[in-house]
Design a protein around this ligand. Structure first.
Ligand SMILES: Nc1ncnc2c1ncn2[C@@H]1O[C@H](COP(=O)(O)OP(=O)(O)OP(=O)(O)O)[C@@H](O)[C@H]1O
Ligand SMILES: [Mg+2]
Length: 391
């Protein structure tokens, strides 16, 4: 199998993730799921594998929403996706009834008409009612949902009011229909939806909890056997000379934190180098290349951008400062020491630093030692990048 770092992968090319997928299927029998991880860790690939291999009679509908800037665009895309997947065979009775009421004609045409746009909520609810009325189990997988909500927030036509209304509508729909067991949802995205909700609460007086009854599933690196299998697949048919395969693959897995995206990058580098013999030195060269790449194909800048874009201004500088310091440590660093370090940089309440640490921990930048409030980078590869590029 040829390496394909960052490309769309399907079918056999999506290796492993069985544990994560089973956990999600299991959770879906009782509640909807929020699937989350940092960029490029493998969320969409998990959704694709689920879509290709449905379970428990669910009909999975993978719907990519990142290009939507208004809820009506979301409804339009949902309608088109449902038609394409032939879930309803065009029997949108409720949806058509309202569309006709607002537009006059009985054919669904433009979604841009003002009377359609302003009634996005009822049109969305009707589409869902149409789905629930047929005897099928439909699993909606909305990929990049938090990004879409943040688009709504920045779109002058929508703003905070519509963003909050949209999240509340999804919650109302879930509350109304989830118990029928005919419909369930996965909200997926690389920006944590909690950051978007936090922003709405802090700055726009939002007081709902639109995801608090959903199961949060976090995707990290693969388990060891999956990561080793990916190494095996990416070397198949290439006639590489590898003196001690287990040792070499183990080295790749350790240096990439078992994250398939970085494993793919390592083997893409090896393939391009045209070298036939895979040594530890060649793997180090691949990692060094990734960490020093001006084009940032490893997407590491995302980790700083995300703080700059989604963290409250109060926490941005502190969070970056903490990471700039922690990357130089060899082991865990205790909360008290982190607080003291921040105090050498500026006058600050302990509580504010604690809150920043908690944000970084819940956002998977940091890993916490069990029972002790000591922290280090969750991913070694990110720590190395941070050290080289920022620390
Ligand atoms: N299970 C897997 N098997 C093989 N390669 C994988 C797997 N999961 C992810 N990858 C590799 O990592 C890349 C990124 O994966 P994917 O697009 O699924 O991540 P993501 O978390 O959805 O990223 P983003 O946050 O950017 O949307 C893929 O293009 C592929 O190279
Ligand atoms: Mg994705």
């Amino acid at each position: 199998m040829k390496p394909n770092p960052g490309g769309i992968i399907t079918g056999e090319a999506i290796i492993d993730r069985e544990n994560e997928i089973n956990e999600i299927w299991h959770a879906l029998e009782n509640q909807s799921v929020v699937l989350t991880s940092e960029r490029r860790v493998g969320k969409t690939s998990v959704l694709r594998k689920m879509e290709e291999n449905p379970k428990n009679d669910w009909i999975p509908i993978l719907y990519m929403v990142e290009s939507k800037w208004h809820p009506i665009e979301f409804v339009e895309g949902l309608y088109e996706t449902l038609i394409e997947k032939e879930v309803l065979k065009n029997k949108f009775h409720k949806l058509k009834k309202f569309y006709t009421k607002y537009v006059g004609g009985d054919q669904i045409g433009s979604w841009k008409l003002p009377q359609i746009k302003e009634n996005w909520k009822i049109l969305l609810e009707s589409a869902i009612e149409d789905i629930v009325s047929v005897n099928k189990r439909v699993l909606f997988m909305f990929d990049e949902l938090p990004l879409m909500v943040s688009h709504f927030l920045h779109n002058k036509e929508c703003g905070a009011k519509v963003s909050m209304e949209f999240l509340d509508t999804l919650r109302e729909i879930r509350n109304k229909y989830e118990t029928t067991k005919k419909i369930t949802f996965i909200f997926c995205g690389s920006i944590g939806i909690h950051l978007v909700i936090k922003d709405l609460k802090r700055n726009f007086g939002y007081n709902s909890d639109p995801i608090n009854n959903m199961k949060i599933v976090v995707i990290s690196g693969m388990n060891k056997s999956g990561a080793m299998l990916l190494c095996e697949k990416l070397t198949e048919g290439e006639n590489y000379q590898i003196s001690d395969k287990d040792k070499i693959f183990d080295d790749v897995c350790r240096k990439t934190d078992n994250i398939p995206f970085y494993i793919q990058h390592v083997f893409a580098f090896i393939l391009e180098s045209k070298k036939r013999k895979i040594t530890e030195k060649l793997i180090d060269d691949a990692i060094t290349h990734l960490l020093n790449d001006p084009k940032d194909e490893g997407f590491f800048n995302h980790y700083t951008d995300r703080i700059k874009t989604y963290y409250d201004p109060e926490f941005q500088k502190i969070a970056l400062f903490i990471l700039d310091k922690i990357c130089k440590e060899t082991g865990f660093l205790h909360e008290d020491k982190i607080i003291n370090l921040v105090k050498t940089y500026r006058e600050i309440e302990d509580e504010t630093v604690k809150e920043a640490i908690n944000l970084l921990w819940s956002d998977h930048y940091l890993l916490r030692k069990t029972n002790i409030r000591s922290y280090k980078f969750k991913y070694t590869i990110l720590k190395e990048w941070w050290k080289i590029n920022r620390g």
